[in-house]
Design a protein around this ligand. Structure first.
Ligand SMILES: Cc1cc2nc3c(=O)[nH]c(=O)nc-3n(C[C@H](O)[C@H](O)[C@H](O)COP(=O)(O)OP(=O)(O)OC[C@H]3O[C@@H](n4cnc5c(N)ncnc54)[C@H](O)[C@@H]3O)c2cc1C
Length: 489
């Protein structure tokens, strides 16, 4: 058994662990970091992703602080035309590979153990195991253990469906669809997409863009979802007016509403949130971002099944708890039921900084890499856990229209706390993962006249804060009661 020594032992080389390490290296020039991950390559769940997945947010604020991910141009074709690019999964993997091989490892301060599982600790000694070698090693951590696995991201390739699949049923995960061309004599007569989330949307868009007629596609959507309109969430320097509109819409809609559901209806009227069917009230909100072009495409699919969850599939039949639907015998069922981030993880919410352990969670919803980088900045620049935790109380991972106002309220409070701190403010201004920091800094430097418009947002937020708090507190109660045991830290 060999012995490793390090300052920080980071579990997970996904978006979260890597955003943390990247910022820590800059902020603490003396530390040594060891990263362990079960995957063979950096990038976490992106290693298991279906080939046509892309970020659903513009790439500009995804990744790590030290490396750009996004070309500074707009897409000219397809459903994202006119908007800034969304990195496809191959680009994301290449990005994280480059980060590891050209920045982290050459720094001489990072050791990376792929195909390695963190097993746990016996007091001060942490145990890791090479997955293929079976060899165990111990690791002495001089400073802290950093848990980059809190989100427990789930993707179709590693997710087991909860319904029965009868023998002889044609069944696929999204990643298998691009190979359909290899067997043209055996193409399906019909396709059924199972799932109501972003993976199902991506899959349905892929089928339509690949040329499958809309009337050959069925879609099981137990619940409909509201989605952010991507047009309003473009890189801040290029679209600050849209971001201002987005923020103003959120707080004004909160003031005008008695419930989260009403708030979404109002945001829908303003074009800030989008849905797939005007006649259905969505109950779900998982922070998905979509373009108007994608929504137009998806509306072409008319066979939508809302009978609840599928219990069994078999050739030519699909069963729900109290109904069976007949389908063409040669239907291909596509499983899109994995929840990217299982919302049960909120059970594990606690302080970011707790003695010798840092648990990377959300400081601002849904800014996953920014939150991890912020934790690294706080770790390196503030002394006590109390100081650090006061600057980043964990944000609530809400999952429904009823509870989202709680996340809106928490984000505004977090912004107020963070922007009240001079050191954090200065760091935000140069942090590319921050949605507005560097853009505003650049505008100030250039004396941009758009700053005048931006300056009015503070007054609008202040004027609407009573409404935000009223609705947010009611949503907080629903959120906490919807899963006994969960408590805001
Ligand atoms: C299809 C899809 C698209 C998404 N698009 C976006 C987007 O556009 N914008 C956005 O902000 N978010 C998006 N997300 C959310 C996504 O979850 C986060 O952005 C982010 O990638 C999560 O990173 P992570 O590091 O927490 O998780 P992961 O990528 O899952 O990384 C965690 C790593 O920890 C490792 N690990 C776990 N346990 C152990 C152990 N015991 N020992 C060793 N290693 C371990 C795993 O192998 C894994 O590599 C998307 C999610 C999915 C599924």
């Amino acid at each position: 058994m060999t012995q490793i020594q390090t300052d920080y032992l980071v579990i997970g080389a996904g978006a979260v662990g890597l955003a943390f390490v990247d910022t820590l290296l800059d902020e603490d020039p003396d530390c040594h970091v060891t990263i362990v991950d079960k995957h063979a390559k950096p990038g976490g769940h992106w290693n298991d992703a279906y080939p046509f997945v892309a970020l659903h947010q513009p790439s500009a604020t995804y990744g790590v602080n030290s490396m750009e991910l996004c070309p500074d141009r707009r897409d000219t074709r397809g459903h994202n035309a006119g908007l800034f690019p969304l990195a496809p999964h191959a680009e994301i993997l290449a990005y994280y590979g480059k980060l590891m091989s050209e920045r982290l490892l050459p720094s001489g301060r990072v050791d990376y153990y792929p195909l390695t599982e963190y097993l746990g600790r016996d007091g001060e000694t942490h145990r890791i195991k090479g997955i293929l070698s079976g060899e165990e090693q111990t690791c002495t951590v001089r400073r802290k253990l950093v848990d980059g696995t809190w989100f427990q991201t789930s993707v179709p390739a590693t997710h087991k469906p909860a319904f029965e699949i009868a023998e002889g049923t044609r069944f696929a995960i999204p990643g298998e669809l691009p190979a359909l061309w290899k067997d043209t004599a055996n193409l399906p007569d019909h396709y059924v997409v199972i799932g109501g989330g972003k993976t199902a949307m991506d899959t349905a868009v892929w089928l339509l863009e690949a040329g499958v007629p809309a009337d050959k596609i069925g879609w099981v959507r137990p619940r409909d979802s509201w989605m952010f309109n991507r047009k309003l969430l473009q890189p801040a320097y290029h679209a600050i007016e849209d971001l201002v509109k987005f923020q103003v819409d959120l707080v004004e809609a909160a003031t005008a509403s008695e419930t989260g559901e009403e708030m979404f209806e109002e945001l829908g009227r303003r074009g800030t949130m989008l849905r797939l069917d005007e006649n259905v009230t969505p109950k779900m909100f998982h922070f998905a971002v979509i373009s108007e072009g994608e929504v137009d495409l998806l509306k072409r699919i008319k066979s939508v099944y809302r009978q609840g969850h599928v219990t069994k599939i078999e050739p030519g039949k699909m069963h729900f708890a109290s109904e069976t639907v007949d389908l063409p015998e040669n239907t291909l069922f596509i499983n899109c039921t994995a929840t990217a981030v299982p919302f049960s993880v909120r059970e594990n919410t606690g302080p970011f900084f707790n003695g010798d352990t840092i648990t990377l969670q959300l400081a601002q919803v849904p800014f996953v890499p920014y939150s991890a980088a912020l934790a690294a900045f706080l770790e390196a620049n503030f002394e006590t856990d109390a100081e650090k935790n006061a600057l980043c109380p964990p944000a609530p991972l809400t999952d429904s229209t009823a509870t989202y106002p709680y996340a809106v309220m928490a984000n505004l409070m977090s912004t107020a706390i963070l922007s009240g701190n001079e050191k954090v403010n200065a760091w935000n201004a140069k942090s590319r993962l921050h949605p507005t920091g560097p853009a505003v800094a650049r505008m100030i430097k250039e004396g941009d006249p758009r700053l005048a418009k931006l300056a009015t947002i503070g007054d609008t937020i202040k004027a609407n804060m009573p409404g935000v708090i009223r609705l947010g507190m009611a949503a907080k109660e629903i959120h906490e009661n919807s899963q006994p045991g969960w408590k805001a830290a």
